[in-house]
Design a protein around this ligand. Structure first.
Ligand code: NAP
Length: 316
């Protein structure tokens, strides 16, 4: 049996991703082996491949390294002591975050604690697209303690994290404003947000009296958005590279500001999967590419204009 996988052999452009036939994993105690059907692509996969950020620094002496944190698939083997899964179960999860990764592989050994069962009404595609982006959206909104009736501004509402954050905030009965380009105005309106075209004018010229800012863009865009906020507003800035700068400026202006790093949380992921299963949360899969098209997937992700998520079909 083959185990095709995508590896980073050296840091660089998307073209440095290579396909190889890896060893088949076996399940140690507490682990299951999953036949991966779909893997989700996230901006951190591209940043790490380019040699940027914490995961790249930690893995630089361990190349070749298999990237990828999001996956869905079927359990094909269980190690000693596994209690919650059996062969044939449909599972998904955010695996090995941020150090181990490994989802861009047709078979992967995963601690059972990192996995959730996929409800019948949820597709493998949606289950692979959801974990990292969904957990980030939920954790950012929780950190900001968004309440019913509050005015919440989400920068990059159409992206992987954004389209889920918009829907969760709408479900919490917040009044949601979200920035996007011309191409995504109608899309964001269908999710229940008031869409603001950032190409038309800076958001600070279009919106005031915001209680909560969820920043998914960072840099100057986030600094401009601080001008929209009420006194005592809360700010959660998600891109790690500019988080210190945004938090410092926000604190100077009297706002309660914090960065964040998403963490695995099985209960939270299962709540999100339930929301998907009953139609409360819709995952937009913009593109499904084949495992051997991982280079194209990274190039598309790096345009910075993906609507929803890109996933890889790992078995073709
Ligand atoms: N700290 C953490 O734990 C953590 C976790 C997850 C993600 N992140 C970071 O959070 C950021 C968002 O992640 P993601 O997965 O949502 O990224 P993504 O899917 O690549 O975001 C793409 C979206 O960004 C929008 N966009 C681009 N420039 C914009 C601008 N100037 N204003 C408003 N929208 C803009 C695009 O909309 P248009 O096409 O309409 O422009 C597109 O829909 C990334 O920097 C990622 O690395 C951090």
């Amino acid at each position: 049996m083959e185990n095709q996988q995508i590896v980073i052999s050296k840091f660089g452009s998307a073209n440095t991703l290579t396909l190889r036939d890896g060893a088949l994993p076996s399940a140690s105690a507490g682990e299951v082996v999953v036949k991966v059907l779909f893997a989700g692509v996230n901006p951190i996969d591209c940043k790490t491949r380019a040699g940027m950020g914490w995961a790249a620094a930690q893995n630089k002496d361990k190349l070749p390294w298999v990237p990828g944190y999001d996956m869905s698939g079927k359990v094909v083997a269980c190690g000693d002591g596994v209690t919650q899964f059996s062969v044939g179960d449909k599972v998904c999860g955010m695996i090995g975050f941020p150090l181990r990764g490994g989802a861009y592989s047709q078979y992967v050994a995963v601690p059972e604690l990192e996995l959730s069962r996929i409800p019948d009404a949820v597709t493998y595609e949606a289950a692979a697209a959801l974990p990292l982006a969904g957990l980030t959206a939920a954790q950012a909104l929780n950190k900001a303690a968004v309440k019913e009736g509050e005015r919440v501004l989400i920068l990059a509402g159409a992206g992987g994290v954004g389209h889920l954050a918009v829907q969760i905030a709408v479900a919490a009965k917040a009044h949601v404003f979200a920035t996007c380009s011309d191409a995504n105005l109608d899309y964001l309106a269908t999710l229940g947000a008031t869409a603001i075209n950032y190409q038309f004018a800076p958001v600070s010229e279009r919106l005031q009296e915001v209680d909560v800012l969820i920043d998914l863009v960072g840099g100057d865009t986030a600094l401009d958005a601080l001008k929209c906020l009420n006194d005592n507003a809360r700010v959660v800035t998600v891109p790690t590279l500019s988080a210190d700068l945004i938090c410092e400026k926000a604190a100077m202006l009297g706002f309660d500001a914090t960065g964040m790093l998403v963490t695995g949380n099985r209960d939270q992921l299962e709540t999100l999967l339930y929301m998907v299963s009953v139609g409360l949360l819709k995952i937009d899969v913009a593109q499904t590419l084949r495992l051997r098209e991982a280079v194209l997937a990274h190039e598309a992700q790096e345009t910075g204009h993906t609507r929803g998520k890109i996933i890889l079909n790992m078995q073709c």
